[in-house]
Unconditional design. Structure first.
Length: 142
């Protein structure tokens, strides 16, 4: 996806996983654990709901290296890896998002249905994230 906000603003916004409540329809809350600068090792406790099932995940910022952010989320039933990569382009930023969800235990039984739901959530997330990031440009000039 391409957004109007500059790459630095996009990375700064996404670096704080607490902002995910504004653009990820599955995330109900995301609370930072600890204080200080956000850097690799910073963690958040997130509550997500998919297909009516609510779960608590602990997310950790694993990588923040120039143009890429990697978050790893873990719960009893799943491991989630989210990767964001930005590239400055004329008029804004090209953002690539990739999420990998691995389910464990009994949750594996729902994998076929879960895959369909995650595809829908991915589309909705892209729409919301584009809108949120495009607002960063307007906030910068307000």
């Amino acid at each position: 996806m391409t957004v109007a906000a500059p790459a630095g603003a996009v990375l700064e916004h996404l670096r704080d996983f607490g902002t995910s409540t504004a653009w990820d329809p599955a995330v109900r809350s995301a609370t930072r654990l600890g204080s200080g600068p956000i850097m690799p090792g910073t963690m958040w406790r997130a509550e997500s709901s998919i297909l009516g099932v609510t779960t608590q995940l602990t997310y950790r910022l694993e990588v923040a290296d120039g143009d890429r952010l990697v978050f790893a989320g873990r719960s009893e039933g799943a491991t989630v890896t989210q990767i964001f990569t930005v590239r400055a382009v004329e008029g804004g930023t090209e953002l690539t998002c990739h999420a990998d969800v691995e389910v464990h235990g009994l949750a594996k039984l729902a994998t076929p249905v879960l895959r369909l739901e995650l595809a829908k959530l991915g589309d909705e997330t892209a729409t919301r994230l584009t809108a949120v990031l495009n607002r960063l440009v307007h906030q910068a000039f307000s």
